[in-house]
Design a protein around this ligand. Sequence first.
Ligand code: NAG
Ligand code: NAG
Length: 279
Amino acid sequence: MDKNLLLFFFIFIAVECSKNLGKVCDLVTDDLLKQCYIRETLVSISHSPNQLAVNKNTNTVYFSFDSGQGEYIPAAVQIESKKVTVLKGVKDAFAVTNDPLIGEMYFGGSNGIYKYNPAQQTLKRLAVKNLDIWWLFFKKIIYFIRFPSLNAYSYHDRLVKPVTPLMNITVNQFVFDNDDNIFFINGTGLFGIKNGQSDIILLRESPRFLGMAANNKGHVYLCSENEIFVISKMIQKVKKIVNIPGVLGMAFDKDNNLIYSDSHEIVRLLPISNSYLKL
Ligand SMILES: *[C@@H]1O[C@H](CO)[C@@H](O)[C@H](O)[C@H]1NC(C)=O
Ligand SMILES: *[C@@H]1O[C@H](CO)[C@@H](O)[C@H](O)[C@H]1NC(C)=O
């Protein structure tokens, strides 16, 4: 399997589904508060469809864009100012995540994993050789999905270990929720593994989930071709919140507003009540 082939597939879906993207309440939601969202474009650029991450200290979204040389270059957009910065020194940043406590960013790609400290402006490559990274997730330590095996590992104290409950399983993306339950998606569907257990529970086979992210409270969000969902914790139910076609990546700003990317832009969704308060 080739990363670009998989990418092409995602982008094809995104473009097909973006055709009917008109004006959205911008967006009426099905969620509990019956809120309505305004779309705020942060940056218009085609970028890596896999991941976005927000440094909550500076409210800056990190993403990466295709250099045209088969490599993704990391960049950042500060949410309030919309100022875009391109980061130098990382060779390929297909995946990105952050340590919410320290505010350090991690970038992963065909040259392994880099750790970037925005406050000190230091960049370090983690000591793992021959690593091609598909997905990153940070929870106390750094977790990653290797390409092309799509198996999940952790890295800590210079040691790479398989994530035991996910051993030998094809995982497209995974996150932990607040209670350290694992949720993952692959070509078959959405699965959950309760903290400390090994039983893999199939939560949903359809729609086909393309992306996932945990918000600042550890609630797990998913996107499909046309919709965004949240897993409600109590009953482990997957609930649709909003119809947005073509979403590929998601992240949350410091106030827990949803940020998503499609094949050509990165957008923040602001609840309308908030925007009124700001006016
Ligand atoms: C994972 O695969 C390896 C190599 O095929 C095998 O030795 C090991 O027993 C497997 N582990 C699990 C938990 O399935
Ligand atoms: C997805 O994971 C489930 C649970 O381990 C597994 O049974 C299934 O084969 C996987 N699907 C793919 C496409 O690898």
